[in-house]
Design a protein around this ligand. Structure first.
Ligand SMILES: [Zn+2]
Ligand SMILES: [Zn+2]
Length: 142
């Protein structure tokens, strides 16, 4: 992502927090920025490394809480199979996201809207769902 689109994404995240009455703290913002800056999925461990040392130095629970917060707003998705995180700039509600993860270059592409909500157990309220597809992206395929 270019630094321009990162600052746009951060501004959009600020607006979203304002709308939801949530607080975008400096740590939360910094964590989001680091996830957006990365071209491949980021592990919490890497985030901790990037956040220290310095005055903004963060302890593990702080980083995990920041990630939970960002996930709850749909700004970040967790790839369970990799235990890693990707930024999302699609400003969709937490709902469903489908991630296509290239096992060659690590690039992640996201689509949504194709998930069928009709087949869930009666009365089940979905809070977040991420479908992970692993394969080879168009670039690596050629
Ligand atoms: Zn998304
Ligand atoms: Zn690839």
């Amino acid at each position: 992502m270019t630094s321009d689109s990162i600052s746009q994404a951060l501004a959009a995240a600020d607006r979203l927090c304002l709308e939801r009455g949530e607080r975008m703290t400096p740590v939360r913002r910094h964590v989001l920025e680091l996830v957006l800056q990365s071209n491949s999925p980021v592990k919490a461990y890497d985030l901790l490394e990037s956040l220290k040392p310095g005055p903004g130095s963060a302890k593990p629970p702080t980083v995990y809480r920041a990630l939970d917060f960002l996930m709850s707003l749909g700004l970040v998705h967790k790839i369970e199979a990799l235990n890693a995180f990707v930024g999302c700039t699609h400003s969709h509600a937490c709902g469903g996201a489908e991630l296509y993860i290239c096992t060659d270059c690590g690039h992640v592409q996201e689509v949504h809207g194709s998930l069928e909500p009709g087949h869930k157990p009666k009365g089940f309220k979905v809070e977040r769902s991420v479908v992970e597809h692993f394969g080879v992206c168009g670039n690596c395929h050629q």
